[in-house]
Design a protein around this ligand. Sequence first.
Ligand SMILES: C[S@@+](CC[C@H](N)C(=O)[O-])C[C@H]1O[C@@H](n2cnc3c(N)ncnc32)[C@H](O)[C@@H]1O
Length: 205
Amino acid sequence: MNRSDMATYNDVALTINAPIYAYYAERILAKTDVREGVCLDVGCGGGYLGLALAKITGLQLLFLDHSADMLQHTAENIRACNLGDRARIILATVQEIPLEEGTVDLVISRGSLPFWGELGAAFGEIKRVLKKGGHAYIGGGLGPAEMRERLQQELCAYNPDWFEHHRKPPVKINGQYREGLVSAGIRNFTITRSDVGTWVEFRGV
Ligand SMILES: C[S@@+](CC[C@H](N)C(=O)[O-])C[C@H]1O[C@@H](n2cnc3c(N)ncnc32)[C@H](O)[C@@H]1O
């Protein structure tokens, strides 16, 4: 994405698509019950999912992305939410996370996984930084059907070329995720492909 596409993506994420992040934040909380400690949002974009989760928990948020331009939006969004005292930004790739081993209670990520190369290295890094018993909840989706359809209509009204213009993520099959997880030495994981997207879950050991 160029800078102008990023700015548009950010505007849409904060307005039309905002319910998506609130939905997955609630879902992650219901699934993991992690309310305190450190949460790492990987491939955070403008930090939408992490910020939605910060609003309903006491978590400290680390926002990691390999795009410095995207992280400028994250910084603005953190300020707008008054969450500066609970948030830090990290410019890095998921394949090389500059954090100590066993320091993160919850790793979350939405909409970034399909873009990751070197999946074994990526999952290996997430495994390394997770605390024992910590949770990883990583994947993507546009919410449940009713929400998805409503938002798609709103997006088409906002910009009829939206789906033409915005690149769809490369399609990856479950086997590629499985291979990456296994090569990272992660033994217990689930990959769920359902109406609300594809999500990978595992725990720190
Ligand atoms: C489609 S955006 C999703 C952003 C946000 N998580 C959301 O749900 O709207 C994908 C993001 O993943 C980031 N990304 C892609 N590959 C990455 C990698 N290997 N390491 C870190 N960030 C990555 C991109 O820079 C981009 O901000």
